[in-house]
Design a protein around this ligand. Structure first.
Ligand code: PLP
Length: 490
């Protein structure tokens, strides 16, 4: 392990980085008072699948940052060299009325990877939310070009997160995120998501699919089929906790969209680039979307880049039909970020990262399913390296925790134990309370075991506290040898 250099000694002008962060940063979706009270944690460095705090504590990067550090933290020098070459060659030229090699090469690489899904052309943005919003604008113009400018409504799903800018927020089915900004820019109807654990028909996959598709069709008919422009959904929905679709669901969405002339958008901001072992998760679900949005994994977090892929039919009005896509971002297809993405995709291929996910997913799943032994764990769901554990008050009845109980469990208990044991993951109660896990795609079996063991220990400790039990929870140092690691080393 290399020693810390001056920039990591955490003082500038006599003030610690914690003080600087506490006093001058405004963090995303963060109660800054709580952040200050909890000590204003700062991460200064990454190594492999871990990150290291300013106090030298190591944490497993169990959520891949925010579902993006798919390569962990070991490839910065290689990606940085590609970035440096690009900056030496051409730091910037706009992708407005001309192009440059980094963007053109990446566009070709992406449509080649997505060729089985019929994708033909790419548009680049700086983030996932921008990708969603840019896709929406293309969809609106596409319908207008086809003589249907009245298609102005959209269909999305409850609890789904599609971004926070006013357009993308319209499709985000999280009431707390929307409430301060109502009314929304786009009229959207929200459908049930694919949470089998909570849906009345969830235990029977066929009946579940049927119920979901009937609900979707009713919503389309109610909105007025000739007014609906787009249906947007993630192949595996993140928010709410890794909702996998039941068999036939995406094929059913495709059929509905065909029947009513609606554009089907798969938001693969998280699921693309290996999260579930494929370049694009859509290839697993027979949905044949018209548009795929992506971000995060395309650069594995090394640079802010997003975008969307479209079929030839979606691109046609803008390529051969005389229409102009009335949309632009100065840094769309930036040479730096697109060069970084090509370097990252090369690493995915060379290091057989998708194969790693496919090989280890069954092991990860089996280990996670063992956690059902803890009475707080009601459901364990997900696929690939994308999992969630739903926490309940009573496993037999699936009784929900009240919001105070969920708050206590996630914020007071589990977050303390996870911190103590050295795991960064997401404890989310935007839907029912869930522990979300999304480790770097380069994790080996030992790393996945460490994650599961920490989650198990933390959940056991929380369960003991819930019960007022005096039985001490397992100490990670007593865990089986294969699971040992530098847990929260000081
Ligand atoms: C499915 C999905 N869509 C869109 C977004 C928004 O991406 P960004 O934060 O890059 O704008 C996210 C972010 O997590 C996401 O998970």
């Amino acid at each position: 392990m290399r020693s810390m250099d001056a920039s990591e000694r955490h003082t500038t002008g006599g003030r610690s980085v914690r003080e600087q962060a506490r006093d001058h940063l405004l963090l995303n979706f963060t109660d800054m008072g709580e952040y200050a009270e909890a000590g204003s944690k700062v991460i200064v460095r990454g190594e492999g699948c871990e990150v290291i705090s300013d106090q030298g504590r190591r944490f497993i990067d169990g959520l891949s940052g925010l579902f993006c550090t798919n390569l962990g933290h070991s490839y910065g020098a290689e990606v940085g060299a590609a970035a440096a070459r690009q900056l030496e060659t051409l730091p910037f030229t706009p992708a407005w009325y001309l192009a440059h090699p980094a963007a053109a090469q990446l566009a070709e690489t992406l449509v080649t990877l997505a060729a089985p899904l019929g994708m033909q052309r790419a548009y680049f943005t700086n983030s996932g939310g921008e990708a969603v919003e840019s896709a929406w604008k293309l969809v609106r113009q596409w319908h207008a070009a086809n003589g249907e400018p009245q298609r102005t409504k959209a269909i999305a799903r409850k609890l789904a997160y599609h971004g926070t800018s006013m357009g993308a927020l319209s499709f985000t089915g999280l009431p707390d995120c929307r409430a301060p900004f109502e009314p929304m820019a786009v009229p959207v109807t929200f459908l049930s998501n694919t949470n089998a654990y909570r849906h009345p028909a969830g235990a029977d996959p066929e009946a579940f699919t049927r119920a979901l598709l009937e609900e979707a069709e009713e919503a389309i008919l109610f909105a007025g089929p000739e007014q609906v422009a787009m249906l947007i959904a993630e192949p595996v929905q993140n928010s709410g906790g890794a909702f996998v679709p039941p068999p036939g669901y995406w094929a059913g969405l495709r059929a509905l969209c065909d029947r009513y002339g609606i554009v089907l958008v798969a938001d693969e901001t998280i699921t693309a680039f290996g999260r579930v072992g494929e370049w694009f998760a859509s290839s697993l679900f027979d949905g044949r979307p018209d548009i795929i949005t992506f971000a995060k994994g395309v650069t594995a977090g090394h640079a802010p880049l997003g975008g969307f892929l479209m079929t030839e039919a979606m691109a046609a009005p803008f390529v051969t039909g005389g229409e102009t896509y009335m949309h632009g971002l100065t840094y769309s297809a930036h040479p730096l970020t697109t060069a970084i993405a090509s370097s990252v995709i090369g690493i995915y291929q060379r290091e057989r990262v998708l194969e790693n996910v496919r090989e280890l997913a069954p092991h990860f799943e089996a280990r996670l399913q063992e956690l059902r032994r803890i009475p707080l764990v009601g459901d364990v769901r997900g696929m690939g390296f994308f999992w969630a554990l739903e926490l309940v008050k009573d496993r037999e009845t699936k009784e929900l925790l009240s919001s105070e109980e969920a708050d206590w469990l996630l914020r007071k208990e589990l977050s303390r134990h996870m911190d103590d044991l050295g795991l960064l993951c997401r404890l989310d109660d935007r839907g029912e309370p869930v522990i979300q896990l999304s480790p770097p795609l380069v994790s080996d079996a030992a790393m996945l075991d460490r994650i599961v063991d920490i989650v198990g220990t933390a959940a056991e400790r929380a369960w003991n506290a819930w019960n007022g039990s005096i039985v001490p929870a397992a100490d990670p140092r007593q865990l089986p040898l294969r699971s040992r690691g530098k847990l929260g080393a000081a």
